[in-house]
Design a protein around this ligand. Structure first.
Ligand SMILES: Cc1ncc(COP(=O)(O)O)c(C=O)c1O
Length: 473
């Protein structure tokens, strides 16, 4: 059953209709209690927060728990035998083990390397993966720039890189093309990188590609940064060689910590280009040599974020206490309802209001809705203008290209003929100059609304009402 809002329908009535269509939402009411207790600042300040892919927001209780931890004892720089150092090491190791438990590394296949963020994890892979002229780097066209950037490490080592396509309309993997690319790939050290969930469109890409690629001799890099905040990644079922994650995207606090989950079995093949304090077993100035430390230690440059790492365990436990299934039920109900409300909207002259990017099917996409709003003539309203309208109503949306140029170019129909000259003309062009020079002829960028664990019906309703305010404009 679909639910309809019109201006005569109050939010209370709309909510009753919503519940009738999504009765499973009722089972997630504990999240309303959590919002009232742990996220008061959202409603106290009149926020409609719809940028959960950008960053999650933290519960008050997590800040208090972490503060209590910090105030309770003295924690020294880890990896020494003194009491305060040992204490810090103990808590960091505990958090490290909990990360493995959270992602169900039941077979103890993985090491957890703490990094600054997902990009830090991706950079570690790029610089240490043994690219050579005989290797290939294949990456999906739908990737965050921090995965795209690995191609520059490949290029430096004369490694070929190739983009695997997605389908123009649904933005899902072009399965036939990818099968072909993976079975054609020759040589040694072949790396295939893709996101479990697109940060642009919210489309989920099947985790079955991990095994399919591995069967063809590929090492797999799964960028899980946009996936794990609302989905359970089970490393006992899916075993990519590398997984990149940012913790603030899962529970909001602290920023500045991510991790690389790396299969132990691939570590011996990696070639770190430098060493730093904390990463070596032995290094010598006179002997001009170094031996790397084993396991994750060889990848954690300098002092780890030892005061904040224990909060990672607290945050993951908070998510576990809610349950990923409850989070899924809540956000999928809200996103599906919004989609059903906005997709049929038309101006009085019959022109569609919304252009949605990616599949409409919530089984294959997360609760991330990326779209543009069209005026009565069918022209796309520039994303910055929509964002400005939302800002005035204290609605936090994200607008632009979301660091995902591959999908931006598909959506905006930017061809190679248009893009290559921008980089070959010999003059540096800023993002704003580029956008301003193209926005009258192309669709540059989009609007992204993403739901998270504390989203509620009011957020969804406010978004729909905001979008409807563009009718007949
Ligand atoms: C899919 C994906 N990968 C990588 C990143 C980079 O994350 P960070 O900026 O935390 O390094 C993001 C950030 O939005 C993302 O959504």
């Amino acid at each position: 059953m679909s639910v309809h809002i019109d201006s005569n329908v109050t939010i209370e009535q709309a909510f009753q209709d919503f519940i009738a269509s999504y009765p499973q939402y009722k089972a997630t009411e504990m999240l309303d209690d959590i919002r009232a207790k742990d996220f008061k600042r959202l409603d106290n300040n009149g926020h409609t927060y719809l940028d959960f892919v950008g960053a999650n927001i933290y519960p008050e209780s997590l800040i208090r728990e972490h503060q209590d931890f910090l105030l309770k004892d003295v924690y020294g720089n880890p990896h020494s035998a003194n009491p305060t150092s040992s204490l810090a090491t103990k808590h960091c190791d505990h958090a490290r083990n909990y990360v493995k438990e959270y992602f169900n590394d039941a077979d103890d296949d993985y090491d957890v390397v703490f990094t600054l963020n997902a990009s830090g994890a991706l950079k570690l892979i790029g610089e240490a993966y043994p690219f050579c002229p005989e290797s290939t780097y294949v990456l999906l066209v739908d990737n965050h720039n921090s995965v795209n950037g690995i191609r520059e490490f490949a290029r430096c080592k004369n490694t070929n890189f190739k983009y695997a396509p997605v389908k123009d309309k649904t933005l899902q993997i072009d399965e036939e093309a990818l099968e072909q690319i993976l079975s054609d790939g020759q040589g040694k050290n072949k790396l295939f990188a893709y996101p479990a969930q697109s940060n642009f469109s919210g489309v989920k890409h099947s985790l079955d590609w991990i095994h399919k690629a591995q069967k063809n001799g590929w090492d797999v890099l799964l960028d899980a940064a946009a996936y794990v905040p609302t989905n359970q990644l089970d490393l006992s079922k899916h075993k990519p060689e590398f997984v990149s994650i940012s913790f603030y995207k899962i529970f909001g606090y602290p920023t500045g910590i991510g991790c690389l989950l790396v299969k132990k079995s691939i570590l011996s093949k990696m070639e770190r280009p430098w060493f730093a304090g904390g990463t070596i077993e032995l290094a010598s100035v006179r002997g001009d040599g170094h031996f790397f430390a084993e396991d994750e230690e060889g990848y954690e440059d300098g002092t780890i974020n030892f005061l904040n790492i224990p909060a990672v365990e607290m945050g993951l436990k908070f998510i576990k206490s809610i349950g990923i299934d409850n989070i899924q039920t809540r956000i999928t109900s809200l996103a599906d309802w919004v989609l059903k409300e906005i997709l049929p909207l038309k101006h009085d002259n019959g022109v569609n209001l919304i252009e949605l990017y990616g599949t409409e099917d919530l089984n294959n996409r997360g609760a991330t809705l990326t779209f543009n709003i069209c005026d009565q003539t069918g022209k796309t309203i520039f994303y910055e203008d929509v964002e400005e309208g939302a800002n005035k109503l204290v609605i936090s949306l994200r607008a632009g290209c979301f660091c995902n140029p591959g999908l931006s170019e598909i959506v905006g129909k930017f061809t190679e003929d248009v893009m290559r000259p921008v980089f070959e003309c010999g003059e540096k062009v800023s993002y704003n100059e580029f956008v301003n020079s193209k926005k009258s002829d192309y669709v540059v960028g989009a609007i992204r609304a993403s739901f998270g664990y504390v989203s509620n019906f009011k957020d969804a309703y406010t978004l729909v009402e905001f979008i409807k305010s563009y009718l007949n404009k």
